[in-house]
Design a protein around this ligand. Sequence first.
Ligand SMILES: [Fe+2]
Length: 135
Amino acid sequence: MALFEWKEEFSVRVGAFDSHHKRLVDLLGALDDAMAKRKSAEVIGGILKELIAYTRYHFSEEEKLMTSLGYAGLQQHRKEHEWFTGKVAQFAQKHQEGGLGVGIETMTFLKNWLVDHILETDKQYSGFFNTRNVN
Ligand SMILES: [Fe+2]
């Protein structure tokens, strides 16, 4: 099983969001692990539920800060968040209906999306927040 860990290069230079991202990485790692160990549908469903709740919380915290400081990239950023939230909800729904594990493809998709979003989209706000004393 490939290890999925937060790395220093993922840092967006905003402490609160780095810890949110670490938590998301941990949840995806837990999902990976539960799949590899063929845990029950209840266990996997529970992690998915937590992942959805935490993803929503994290995205709304980012968007709140962008809104209050007038970040120009907010609309585009929010679109990415909404798209991902919809995808995760879809996976959870499918899981609930089928009682099946989350497939490798789904896991790869979730992990790749998160890493790409942090590296390419989130990192764009680092300078904006840092110059406004958000570190
Ligand atoms: Fe984001």
